[in-house]
Design a protein around this ligand. Structure first.
Ligand code: MRU
Length: 369
């Protein structure tokens, strides 16, 4: 996607020697634009854990490259299988909720089980990582095409007047490799000349909406307005929201969806106000091994400091300001679960389906991607 005049993706292999990958450091945006080079499995683990990179599809792609970096660490003295198993376990443990992490590491491990020689392991894990990255880009583009049709319909029913889309957190190109999931339909609609406007939830505690989604939309020239997380309900009551599109970190085979905390409350308010609530996701975010989201999806609990402090820019420095009495303790659940029955539809690279098990299974079994 565009940053100024330049096209960027959120992660890329460094082509000078193919022994590292670079990412845009999302923990510094929008205040500083910095690139970090990841050279080891440890670097990838830390970048995921510390959220220098985040967003379910990107976490998967980074982990796939992490497995490639693990093959580069193999020497004549390495117990190869043990080394790869340890690296896969380590990477999988970086963050628990986004299923793409597990999915990408498992795909690498399946692939690596076919080879023994170091050069083959390196070559094939590099190919798999690159394939996953480019497939995720294609999937996001297709999610955009499918979702754009929904926006187009709303625009038509409003006789071309602006379509107001509400989104939560950042399910944009930064969270993927390109386009994004929830934002892909918006970008494509905007590029096609459909009038769109995005209500951006700030998304406490880390403010991915205020910091990342706003920055992305700004760079792409899409009209948007930042709102506090609790404003959406009122806007829905006033008729100022036409559709809600969010991303997913993990969607069960029955359609229950884990996404950034606060998503569930938006879905509840949407149902009360009869507003369509869509989840946009690549099929790599569907976990067919589980059905009950509340029971089966592991929800990450993060450091309370993210709630106790707010990070922002002051005098050109990124600083943390405490927002509560000194002895306050905080709970920090990073995700919540939106039950399938509150979801109007799932927008995937294979098309749109209802959040119902039989439809999800049918969609997953289709060949096209
Ligand atoms: O904690 P984060 O920032 O990784 O949470 C991200 C989200 O909740 C996104 O909405 C989700 O990963 C979908 S990304 C396309």
């Amino acid at each position: 996607m565009r940053i100024g005049d330049k096209h960027y993706e959120s992660i890329w292999l460094d082509s000078d020697d193919n022994t590292s990958v670079s990412i845009i450091d999302q923990s510094k945006l929008p205040f500083k634009f910095e690139i970090i080079r990841l050279k080891t499995v440890d670097d990838v683990f830390n970048a995921i854990r510390n959220m220098n990179l985040r967003g379910a599809p990107l976490i998967g792609v980074a982990a796939a490259y992490g497995m490639y970096l693990a093959t580069l660490e193999i020497t004549a003295y390495t117990k190869t299988r043990e080394h790869l198993r340890n690296a896969s376990r380590y990477l999988r443990s970086a963050r628990p909720t986004a299923v793409n992490l597990e999915w990408a590491v498992n795909r690498q491990m399946d692939n690596l089980s076919k080879y023994c020689r170091r050069d083959k392991l390196i070559a094939s894990s590099l190919k798999t990582a690159r394939d996953i990255a480019s497939e995720e880009t294609t999937k996001c583009r297709k999610i955009g095409e499918a979702g754009m049709e929904v926006i187009k319909k709303i625009s038509k029913s409003k006789k071309g007047r602006q379509v107001n889309i509400l989104t939560h957190c950042n399910a944009g190109w930064l969270a993927c490799v390109d386009y994004g999931t929830a934002t892909a339909p918006v970008y494509l609609a905007h590029d096609k000349g459909i009038k769109v406007h995005v209500w951006v939830d700030e998304t406490r505690p880390r403010n991915q909406g205020a910091r990342l989604t706003a920055w992305e939309l700004e760079n792409h020239g899409v009209p948007y307005t930042l709102i506090t997380d609790n404003t959406g309900g009122y806007l829905m009551q006033k008729g100022d929201v036409d559709i809600i599109i969010t991303g997913s970190d993990r969607t069960t085979v029955s359609g229950d969806t884990a996404n950034k905390s606060g998503t569930y409350l938006k879905a509840l308010a949407a149902r009360h106000n009869n507003i369509p609530f869509y989840v946009a996701l690549p099929t790599s975010s569907v976990d067919i091994s589980i059905s009950n989201g509340l029971k089966d999806i592991p929800v990450e609990e993060r450091d309370e400091k993210e709630v106790l402090y707010v990070e922002g820019l002051y005098d050109n420095e990124i600083i943390n300001a405490r927002i509560c009495p000194e002895k306050t303790r905080a709970a920090n659940y990073a995700f919540d679960i939106t039950p399938a029955d509150l979801i109007t539809g799932l927008i995937t690279e294979k098309g749109i389906c209802r959040a119902k098990e039989e439809e999800i299974r049918k969609l997953l079994s289709e060949k096209k991607n």
